[in-house]
Design a protein around this ligand. Structure first.
Ligand code: NAG
Length: 496
């Protein structure tokens, strides 16, 4: 039994949120060049993409950070300050920041908590104060901080924490409020300590453009394997979401589990796979960072990442991720022996519930869940009050409400001027979160955020759906019973 004092300490430890720098109240959204361009960076690349992000309507859906990844620097000057590569950034970084700011964007840059960055440019280890000040002086709003060449300073959570905390303190010392995005791949259990110093933290190795194919470069395909030390690269969508399951609840307003950038638009997955990938990233409250060449997109790529009903799940003010309520291996396997299905469920700010079915099996399948399962965390064994209510079922990818059609999206890509694109977006009545925030749109019950009403679940009942092979289905459940059940806004004393 806890003493009163111990209880007070435990309570305050629990209700404390992630770092309180006012940033990342909902997961960050934006674009990062790495997955498509690697080291082929320049100010033109960033500014051309920023222009497209605006013209495609993405900026006004919340994609606001333009993040420059590795390979931008050219060593240090005689005073030890980082210098930008003059060929890639002839006007320097501050000019790029100014241009992005004048277009309403926020600017992200990259370094590593190592002697070198991952592509072997100068890293910031033991240069934290100097480099943080350079970023602040240039007007940088966001730092992605990698983990390569750390000179052996890893191996326990404390050693890694101290190495990453040095940059957190250096950023703070600049007086500029800079978003701190840790990229140490989940090494040394970063999900257990990063929330106190960062606004997001990677939980696993780098994503690659595959829905479920295992690859040995993702060394921790079996997360339970004790030999799994370096998480690696080439991690599939399936490998990454399986990895985050035990620490889903570490993501809260202020700091988020980072599942890595989105692969939508890269070309290696089917339309259904990309839709499922985007949906589960949104539902897990992961950062939504587009990672591909926008000039090569198809209509379906644009239609996926512009679905306001799905983005509204990600940006829901309550900030609680879905949890996995069922995993089933007893399904047809593919040539790599992969085959499983998942059901995920989680609460939303207004008392609605998000429900996601994912099919990683090698066949179309019937899947279903009872209200008892869906509201498991509100009461085990059907004791949840929600189990006794009727629920309207809204399909977030339904034909009316939710995503734009691939044809409409293609016509935006094909329009040959900024003005032409804007007119098409306005004719479609596309959601504009610059005008109406997601929080406010949800409060006003804006139909564009709620998907298509397709079904009803009666009290004590269940929902059954057909889920195609390598696809997902996502629903927003809305109570039809007059009395709304008051959702707890946060962990409270009585949950201890
Ligand atoms: C969204 O709203 C803002 C603010 O009213 C406006 O400046 C912008 O042009 C709108 N975006 C689109 C695509 O219509």
């Amino acid at each position: 039994m806890l003493s009163k004092g111990a209880l007070a300490v435990a309570v305050s430890a629990i209700v404390v949120e992630a770092i309180d720098n006012g940033l990342a109240r909902t997961p960050q959204m934006g674009w990062n060049n790495w997955n498509s361009f690697g080291c082929d960076v320049s100010e033109h690349l960033l500014l051309d993409h920023a222009k497209l992000i605006t013209e495609y309507g993405l900026q006004d859906l919340g994609y606001e950070y333009v993040v420059l990844d590795d390979c931008w620097s050219d060593g240090r000057d005689s005073k030890g300050k980082l210098i930008a590569d003059k060929k890639k950034f002839p006007r320097g970084m501050a000019a790029v920041a100014d241009d992005l700011h004048s277009q309403g964007f926020l600017f992200g840059m990259y370094s590593s908590a190592g002697e070198l960055t991952c592509a072997r440019y100068a890293g910031s280890l033991d240069h934290e104060m100097d480099d943080a000040q350079s970023f602040a002086d240039w007007g940088v709003d966001y730092l992605k901080y990698d983990n390569c060449y750390h000179m052996g300073r890893f191996g326990t959570p404390l050693i890694s924490f101290e190495r990453f905390n040095k940059m957190a303190e250096a950023l703070k010392a600049t007086g500029k409020n800079i978003f701190y995005s840790l990229c140490n791949w989940g090494e040394d259990y970063s999900y257990s300590w990063a929330a106190s110093i960062g606004n997001s933290w990677r939980i696993f190795g780098d994503i690659y453009d595959s829905f479920a194919r295992p690859d040995d470069l993702c060394s921790c395909n079996d997360p339970a394997n004790p030999a799994c030390i370096a998480p690696g690269t080439h991690c599939s969508v399936l490998a990454i979401i399986n990895r985050v399951v035990p620490y889903i609840d570490r993501g809260l307003p202020g700091g988020w589990n980072d599942l890595d950038m989105l692969e939508v638009g890269h070309g290696g997955q089917t339309e259904e796979e990309y839709r499922a990938h985007f949906t589960i990233w949104a539902a897990l409250k992961a950062p939504l960072l587009l990672g591909t060449d926008l000039r090569k997109w198809s209509g379906s790529d644009l239609a996926i990442v512009t679905n306001p009903a799905v983005i509204a799940i990600n940006q829901d003010p309550r900030g609680r991720a879905v949890q996995r309520i069922r995993r089933n291996f007893n399904v047809p396997k593919d040539e790599w022996g992969v085959g499983e299905t998942h059901i995920w469920s989680g609460p939303l700010a207004n008392g609605d519930q998000i429900l996601v079915f994912l099919n990683f099996a090698n066949e179309d399948l019937d899947m279903g869940a009872t209200l008892e399962e869906i509201f498991l965390t509100n009461g085990v064994g059907g004791t949840a009050p929600q189990n006794k209510q009727d629920w309207a079922v809204h399909d977030l990818w339904g034909k009316t409400g939710g995503a734009m059609s691939n044809e409409d999206a293609q016509s935006i890509l094909d329009a040959n001027s900024a003005e032409g694109r804007k007119q098409k977006l306005q004719k479609l009545g596309w959601y504009n979160s610059t005008e109406l925030s997601y929080a406010e749109g949800l409060k006003r019950e804006d139909p564009r955020l709620f998907g298509e009403r397709v079904d009803t679940i009666k009290s004590g009942g269940r929902l059954d759906v057909r889920v195609p092979r390598h696809a997902g289905k996502a629903f927003r459940l809305r109570s039809l019973s007059g009395e709304k059940i008051k959702q707890k806004s946060h962990l409270k004393k009585d949950e201890l």
